[in-house]
Ligand binder design. Structure first.
Ligand code: NI
Length: 261
């Protein structure tokens, strides 16, 4: 069975067939999914999804893109929803300097990122990080928090070098691997996958985004994960079944879910 640790099924891209698609997951080999909150609206939508589908869990948090909308009230909402029995992580949270170039935006993102890392620590939950064009600041903040004691975490859609990967792996964190590993221009990630131990990798889609080859550019869903499994298996020269089984075990362990489906 496949464990998709990061998808956005509350996205409007799934409005026309969400139920049909999610209902078909188990019979197609996808055993568990974590729906990652991004916007403020997705907090309620993620709650609805995790209450409706037994195999679907929630990562609770606000993406750095929506940083300026976060106030004390929203942080309190994140904290309360993180106590839901099906909330398994705080995310996706982090820094995005690709879309936000201004210094004052960076400072605001860092403040909101830290506030949510505080919630992860206080609620004893792992964190799920989004980081784009912000390698150093993300690493500095994560290192500071991990040093002071956290409950593990995933660097989602890992996009940096092997050297940065080593820093996170040394902290005992997991790297989220998705469609990019199948891209012809995904050389850097292929190197990271080759270097990182399988025991610190988890599968993810970021659906509806980042569909793997041969479906690149189309709407992504967890049903595409066998292409990612195959790519990892080829890089690591191991059977795809082993990639599936080990990444399942990694995700279940980190997110405190039973080993069996
Ligand atoms: Ni995402």
């Amino acid at each position: 069975m496949i464990f998709d640790t990061h998808a956005h099924y509350d996205d409007e891209a799934f409005d026309r067939d969400r139920e049909e698609l999610l209902d078909s997951m188990k019979e197609q080999g996808v055993g568990r999914i974590v729906n990652a909150c991004a916007s403020i609206e997705s907090l309620d939508r993620t709650r609805e999804l995790m209450e409706k589908y037994p195999f679907l869990y929630g990562a609770i948090g606000i993406h750095p893109d929506d940083g300026e909308k976060v106030d004390e009230r929203i942080l309190e909402k994140i904290r309360l929803l993180s106590r839901h029995e099906k909330s398994v992580a705080i995310g996706e949270i982090g820094l995005d300097y690709y879309w936000h170039k201004e210094e004052k935006e960076h400072l605001l993102q860092q403040k909101i990122f830290r506030a949510q890392m505080d919630i992860a620590r206080e609620e004893k939950l792992p964190f799920m990080i989004h980081s784009r064009d912000a390698a150093k600041d993300t690493l500095d903040i994560v290192r500071e928090y991990v040093k002071a004691g956290m409950y593990g975490g995933i660097i989602h859609c890992f996009s940096y070098s092997k050297e940065i990967a080593r820093e996170y792996l040394d902290m005992g964190l997991y790297l989220g691997i998705g469609g990019v590993v199948t891209f012809s221009n995904g050389k850097k990630l292929k190197e990271v996958v080759e270097y990182a131990p399988l025991s610190q990798l988890v599968l993810e889609t970021d659906a509806p985004y980042l569909a793997p080859v041969p479906n690149r550019g189309k709407r992504n869903s967890s049903l595409n994960l066998p292409f990612v499994v195959q790519a990892i298996a080829e890089i690591k020269k191991i059977p795809p079944e082993e990639v599936e089984a080990v990444t399942w075990k990694n995700a279940a362990g980190l997110l405190h879910l039973p080993a069996a489906c």
